[in-house]
Design a protein around this ligand. Sequence first.
Ligand code: HEC
Ligand code: HEC
Length: 307
Amino acid sequence: MSDFINGFWSNYIAVFTTAAIAGCALLLWITARKKVPARSDNTTGHVWDEDLTEMNNPLPLWWVGLFVLTIVFGIGYLFLYPGFGDYPGSLKWSTRGEYTAEVTTANKELEPLYAQFTAKAPEELAGDPAAMAVGERLFMNNCAQCHGSDARGGKGFPNLTDNDWLHGGTPDKINETITKGRIGMMPPMAAAVGSADDVKNVANYVLSLSGAPHDSVRAQLGKPKFVACAACHGADGKGNQAIGAPNLTDDIWLHGYGEQAVIAMVNNGKTNQMPAQEEKLTTAQIHVLTSYVWGLSHGRPQASAKQ
Ligand code: HEC
Ligand code: HEC
């Protein structure tokens, strides 16, 4: 119930639950008390379709018993389990608690398996097909939605199979990226560069760095403006992994290729985030994933080919 900002809905549910149970009990009580005067032949005196009469028998005891039992069960259930407003129930059971317990048990069972994996360095583990099969499954479940099932990424999501790294491609750096997450932040830079024309010029200079098609006159004019970018991307434009500033001299574009894409980057900036996994995955799982990701760009034996 913690999703609600006040107790209104909790009270609302509690009141209706109480009213419904009390209503059932009341109905039972009233029908038990109300006596319909019977005639000598034990019918109520109602006649339908000329000769259809209604007997005046009491409710069968087993039926009344079941009805009472459902009320008792309902009260007992609401006492033990969550259901009565935000009262958590005396057993303190919750789906979240059950899930956490299951994950903890599963992780415990897998400990011996992971112990073999954590004993090896990522470079070595990347050549172990059993570990890579586990790594591939972890990747599919936790990473593929953003980086793609082939890990080649897409616009805004880096390709993990090449040797171009925003934050560093050593096993240590990859591990750090997965564990703590990363934020790539480029502020809007248009004001620092100057007019719209200056922005266009610096964009052409950026394109010239990787030999992409560009206007060489504009690139020459834009070159001095690149000082505004050098603090992060380096004077030579080769980037800086310490702050996740990409290399602008290669042919790899995270946010799109061409003059318009670069102009948009300069005008709008970009904040891009890789979510931290330390809450979700164990350190052993992250170790296996690190090896898997490192292996993708280091020609490890393909685990999927062996499955
Ligand atoms: C919600 C989307 C999302 C998920 C899920 C996700 N990532 Fe990322 N990841 C990103 C983004 C976005 C970046 C780029 C961050 C930046 O621009 O600085 C990134 C960056 C990375 C990098 C750094 C790449 C480089 O060039 O330095 C690695 C390694 C990585 N992710 C691995 C993983 C792994 C392994 C998983 C699964 C446990 C995962 N990611 C799950 C979005 C995601
Ligand atoms: C404060 C640091 C910083 C400054 C200053 C900066 N950038 Fe960036 N830039 C970044 C970061 C970080 C990214 C990566 C964003 C991400 O993780 O997605 C980036 C991304 C880019 C990209 C996208 C690259 C790709 O692969 O798609 C281009 C183009 C770019 N910057 C150009 C420039 C230009 C031109 C300037 C100067 C006008 C500039 N940047 C100034 C930090 C900076």
